[in-house]
Design a protein around this ligand. Structure first.
Ligand SMILES: NC(=O)c1ccc[n+]([C@@H]2O[C@H](COP(=O)([O-])OP(=O)(O)OC[C@H]3O[C@@H](n4cnc5c(N)ncnc54)[C@H](OP(=O)(O)O)[C@@H]3O)[C@@H](O)[C@H]2O)c1
Length: 289
C-alpha cells in the first residue's frame, strides 16, 4: 500500500504526537476519533486535511491503517467494537501487549500489528517536538502480511530504530521502558525528597539536580554504563558509603533500601573481581541492617 489513509483512535499523549509526526513526514492522516469528541476535534484541527469522527467505526471506515492509541486497557474493547475488513491494517502502540489483543480484527480478515515507540511523549507541545522525539527512538514493530513491511518502512521514514521483541519478552521489554523513563523520574523524586529534607524546595532544587542528571545521561549514551558510574562504591570508599547509609537510616529511613540496591548494582557493574577484598568490604556494608 503506497499512501494509505491513516486513522488514529485515541487522541491522547501518544495519539497526538504520532499524528503530528506522521503528518510532518507527509503521511496521509485522514481521520481521528477519541472517547470524547472534544479531544478528537482538537487534534484534527492541528492536522491539515484531517477530519474528526464521532466513533471508532467511522474512523475505521475512512482509513486503511488504523492506530489504536487508547490506554492499554481499552485496546481490545475498541478493536472488538469495530467491523473490520481485509483492507485494514490495525495496530496498537502498547509496549506490554502482544498481538493477542487484536485477534477480533484478525478474525475479520484485517492485518494486525503493533508499533511501540521506546520513547516518552509527555509534554510534547508542537509538531517539531513530536518529530524530534520519534527521530532516533527505538520502535518495537510487529505485523502480519503486508503490514510488516509497511511498518518497517514507516519506522525508517520517522527515523526510528526498529527492534523486534519476542512475545515472551514483551512484559520484560516494557518493564525496561518504564525503568528508563517513569522510574528515572521516580529516582528524581527521591533526590528531590533528599533536598526537601535539607530545607530546599523542588523548585529551587531542580536547577541544581537537572544538570548533573543530564550530564550523566549524556555520559551513559556516549561512554557506556560502567564509565559513567561515580560515587564511593566506584572509589572503594567504605567510610563515605557508611556515612551515606547512616544519614539515610537516621533521616529518610524509607530510602535506605533503594540506596543499598542501587549501590549493589554499581558494585556489580564495576567489580571486575567481585571477590576482591575491597569489593567484599563494600558488599558487607551494603548488607541489609
Ligand atoms: N504516553 C507515552 O509517552 C507512550 C509512549 C509509548 C507508548 N504509549 C502507548 O500509547 C497508548 C496510549 O497511551 P497514552 O499515554 O497516549 O494515553 P493517554 O494520554 O491516556 O491517551 C489515551 C487517549 O485514548 C482515549 N480513549 C480512552 N478510552 C477510549 C476508548 N474506549 N475509545 C476511544 N478513545 C479512548 C482518551 O480519550 P479522551 O481524551 O477523548 O477522553 C485519550 O485521549 C498506550 O498503549 C501506551 O502504552 C504511550
Amino acid at each position: 500500500m503506497d499512501a494509505p489513509a491513516i486513522g488514529i483512535i485515541g487522541a491522547g499523549t501518544l495519539g497526538r504526537a504520532l499524528a503530528l509526526c506522521l503528518k510532518a513526514h507527509g503521511c496521509n492522516v485522514e481521520v481521528v476519533s477519541s472517547r470524547s469528541a472534544g479531544s478528537a476535534e482538537a487534534l484534527a484541527a492541528l492536522l491539515e486535511g484531517c477530519r474528526w469522527a464521532s466513533s471508532p467505526q467511522e474512523a475505521a471506515d475512512g482509513s486503511d491503517v488504523v492506530f489504536i492509541t487508547t490506554p492499554d486497557s481499552a485496546i481490545a474493547q475498541v478493536a472488538g467494537q469495530v467491523r473490520w475488513s481485509s483492507r485494514h491494517g490495525v495496530l496498537h502502540c502498547s509496549g506490554a501487549h502482544t498481538l493477542d489483543i487484536l485477534q477480533s480484527a484478525a478474525h475479520q480478515g484485517a492485518a494486525i500489528g503493533s508499533f511501540h515507540p521506546y520513547q516518552t511523549f509527555a509534554l510534547v507541545s508542537s509538531s517539531e517536538e513530536a518529530v524530534q522525539r520519534f527521530c532516533g527512538a527505538g520502535v518495537a514493530v510487529e505485523g502480519d502480511g503486508w503490514l510488516a513491511g509497511f511498518l518497517e518502512n514507516l519506522a525508517g521514514r520517522l527515523g526510528c530504530r526498529v527492534v523486534h521483541v519476542e512475545a515472551r519478552d514483551r512484559a520484560l521489554y516494557h518493564a525496561s521502558a518504564v525503568m528508563s523513563c517513569g522510574h528515572l523520574a521516580a529516582l528524581a523524586k527521591v533526590v528531590v525528597d533528599m533536598w526537601r529534607e535539607m530545607g530546599v524546595s523542588e523548585e529551587e532544587a531542580l536547577p541544581i539536580i537537572a544538570p548533573i542528571m543530564q550530564s550523566t545521561l549524556a555520559n551513559i549514551a556516549s561512554g557506556g554504563v560502567a564509565a559513567s558510574l561515580t560515587g564511593p562504591v566506584v572509589r572503594g570508599d567504605g567510610g563515605t558509603l557508611g556515612r551515606h547509609l547512616d544519614a539515610l537510616e537516621e533521616r529518610l529511613t524509607d530510602l535506605a533500601p533503594l540506596y543499598r540496591t542501587l549501590a549493589r548494582q554499581s558494585l556489580l557493574a564495576i567489580a571486575s573481581e567481585p571477590s576482591s577484598a575491597m569489593a567484599e568490604d563494600l558488599a558487607g556494608l551494603l548488607d541489609d541492617p
